[in-house]
Design a protein around this ligand. Structure first.
Ligand SMILES: Cc1cc2nc3c(=O)[nH]c(=O)nc-3n(C[C@H](O)[C@H](O)[C@H](O)COP(=O)(O)OP(=O)(O)OC[C@H]3O[C@@H](n4cnc5c(N)ncnc54)[C@H](O)[C@@H]3O)c2cc1C
Length: 470
């Protein structure tokens, strides 16, 4: 009997999993593999909380796979450079002749997969990779000259045209497989791995329930109860008006196809949008899509380089004291501090506040956006290279289709507009809870809370001239 091996990466689900489904289709025995690389992941700035969340879902996957007769091999390999040799020897030892996986899009991941392909080819074994992280295969959305889009609106328009012709359908759950006897193969305990990354009780990585079913219920409830008001509520950080699916999407506990399908379920799977809320939410899924496609077409953004190369010349300030105040929510600008404290305590931050905090660092403090990108990545439960890089380069005006450099958010005005009653600020900054709705947004002499670290007008001018100078 020949065997297939499915290698799990950022796709921890058994439903609608392209690679897993294909690996289980040809009447062979199917095994699964998960490689844990904490050192490599942390060198890519993955937050320990994200690793913890990932491992918790991996434990669920092991149970789900058992029901399908697919044994899961778990192996810790600290650094990816050792993966090709390991997979090649595993395939020899267990008589596996084909490896299946879903493509990972960042540059280093693609390099790793190229080395695995070469190692397997030497043994005359094959690897089959499937595009599973996006709605459309990367490099398939092109303008009339066959070039990748650099502007979101045009990219989105083409995506909508494609969706009106056909909607990417979800893959079914694989059938139960032929039982496999692995003999005495050594396996690691996920419980031990989980306890190494355990998080405290205030952290979302600990609080959020995780399984495919939970992710699907979250999606279902969001579409049923919240999506119709999404356009009005998504920008208000004190309201629970967004799906909060990003941690699940990023480890692949749910797929973007499943998200779209749930929106269109009532429509016989014909692509038509029924409300403004649906429209805006699908647009956000397409922002995610856009940044993933950009990362493949412009791999330099995976290498700490700005999308717009000329912005390399900006003279960023290198000030570790100012950076530390921003990181720990001590800037004296309440909305910024609320966001940064939410991030530190829970591993999550509302999208509007992410933009405000990112712009405050890169414009008002004129600190290199890459330092902020790294801090977000090191703390976000939903940290994703493409979305995080896209969000940061948008805010810093160094990215594709970024905010123009002269449109600098005033954080106080943003706060008055999007947190008018100060409820969000009060949640995260207890020192300011007693202030009224007007006072809470701007500087007030409050003992135990810092004065604003910069003058907003002067720091805005400083940023404008730094950008004009290039
Ligand atoms: C500076 C900055 C950094 C960011 N870093 C990340 C990150 O590391 N990981 C991440 O998933 N998102 C990131 N985002 C995008 C966005 O903030 C989050 O996706 C969103 O807040 C997640 O909440 P939600 O799941 O409730 O989103 P919803 O509003 O319900 O949106 C649904 C899904 O669409 C996608 N999405 C929504 N907005 C965006 C966007 N602007 N860009 C890309 N995808 C989007 C996400 O996958 C999200 O889960 C960042 C944005 C900024 C401005």
């Amino acid at each position: 009997m020949t065997r297939n091996l499915f290698w799990f990466r950022q796709d921890l689900r058994v439903n609608d999993n392209a690679g897993l489904w294909h690996a289980t289709q040809n009447n062979r025995e199917c095994l699964a593999l998960a490689i844990i690389s904490p050192q490599q992941w942390q060198s890519h700035d993955d937050a320990p909380s994200k690793i913890y969340f990932y491992l918790r879902q991996l434990q669920n996957i092991q149970t789900e796979l058992k029901q399908l007769n697919i044994p899961l091999i778990i192996k810790t390999i600290p650094w990816w450079e050792n993966i090709p040799t390991y997979i090649a020897s595993l395939c020899q030892e267990l008589d596996i002749d084909a490896v299946y996986a879903n493509t990972e899009l960042p540059f280093n991941e693609q390099q790793r997969d190229t080395h695995v392909t070469t190692a397997l080819a030497k043994l005359e074994k094959s690897i089959h990779l499937f595009e599973d992280r996006t709605l459309f295969p990367t490099q398939s959305i092109r303008n009339k000259s066959g070039e990748p889009y650099k502007v979101f609106t045009a990219f989105k328009k083409t995506c909508y045209e494609r969706l009106s012709i056909s909607i990417p359908r979800c893959y079914p759950l694989p059938k139960t497989q032929i039982k496999v006897d692995l003999g005495n193969i050594e396996n690691e305990s996920i419980t031990d791995l989980i306890s190494e990354f355990k998080h405290d009780k205030n952290h979302l990585a600990f609080q959020l329930e995780i399984s495919e079913k939970i992710a699907q219920k979250k999606l279902h409830d969001f579409i049923k109860y919240k999506i119709s008001h999404y356009d009005e509520k998504r920008d208000i950080p004190s309201i629970d008006g967004t799906s909060q699916l990003s941690p699940y999407l990023n480890i692949g506990a749910i797929s973007v196809r499943q998200c779209l399908e749930e929106v269109l379920k009532d429509n016989d799977y014909i692509f038509s949008i029924k409300s403004k809320g649906q429209q805006v939410w699908v647009d956000e899924l397409l922002w995610r899509e856009f940044y993933q496609h950009i990362m493949v077409d412009f791999p330099h953004i995976s290498k700490h380089l700005p999308f717009k190369k000329e912005t390399q010349k900006i003279q960023w300030r290198n000030n570790s004291d100012d950076l530390a105040k921003w990181q720990h929510g001590e800037t004296g600008i309440p909305i910024v501090d609320a966001g940064m404290r939410q991030l530190k305590q829970t591993g999550w931050m509302h999208n509007r506040v992410r933009m405000i905090c990112a712009m405050f660092l890169s414009k008002n403090l004129l600190i290199d956006w890459r330092v902020g990108e790294k801090w977000f990545m090191q703390n976000l439960l939903d940290g994703d290279l493409a979305a995080n890089n896209g969000g940061w380069q948008w805010s810093a005006s160094t990215g594709t289709d970024a905010v123009p450099y002269f449109r600098i958010f005033n954080p106080v005005t943003q706060s008055q507009r999007f947190d008018p009653t100060g409820e969000y600020i009060r949640t995260w900054i207890p020192e300011l809870r007693h202030l009224d709705d007007k006072q809470i947004h701007a500087k007030a002499q409050v003992s135990g809370y810092p004065q604003p670290m910069v003058d907003l007008k002067a720091s805005r001018e400083r940023a404008l001239s730094a950008f004009k100078n290039i």
